[in-house]
Design a protein around this ligand. Structure first.
Ligand code: HEM
Length: 117
């Protein structure tokens, strides 16, 4: 399941960057790309919840990891909404970077799958 989760969030991040560049160039393909992106949010959340479900004793770090993962998704939506409205997306980008770094660090330091940190 960790591999499904990693594949899913990697595709989510890639799609997010693609949607951002399509939005910047004003392409009509942005709508369909954003629909696929939202589908991958769901895959990422489901695989994350299944990972959580597979753990016998959940420590507080898992809860923080889950919140960080959901925060990454929330920040991506904030970036896209602000860009669409023509507002500054700077605050949303900063949140995205912090949340992504936190989710990566916690995910990789928790024991399942790769245990790098
Ligand atoms: C785009 C957002 C996300 C990123 C970048 C991310 C990143 C990661 C990474 C790098 C791992 C470690 C995988 C491994 O060691 O093999 C992981 C594991 C995990 N993720 Fe996520 N994740 C995200 C979203 C979520 C969400 C939304 C949830 C919950 C609903 C979640 C729950 C988990 C759980 C429970 C683990 C297992 C922790 C462990 O290694 O012991 N993640 N995630």
């Amino acid at each position: 399941m960790t591999h499904a989760h990693i594949t899913s969030w990697l595709i989510t991040i890639l799609l997010f960057l693609i949607v951002v560049s399509l939005q910047r160039s004003g392409s009509a393909k942005v709508k369909i790309a954003q629909m696929v992106l939202r589908l991958f949010y769901i895959f990422t959340i489901i695989t994350g919840l299944l990972l959580l479900h597979s753990i016998a004793s959940i420590s507080i770090l898992y809860i923080v990891k889950t919140i960080a993962g959901l925060w990454v998704i929330g920040a991506m939506e904030m970036v896209l909404v602000n860009m669409k409205k023509g507002k500054s997306a700077k605050a949303a980008w900063i949140q995205w970077i912090i949340a992504f770094a936190l989710a990566l660090f916690l995910g990789l330091s928790l024991p399942l799958g790769f245990d790098i940190f």
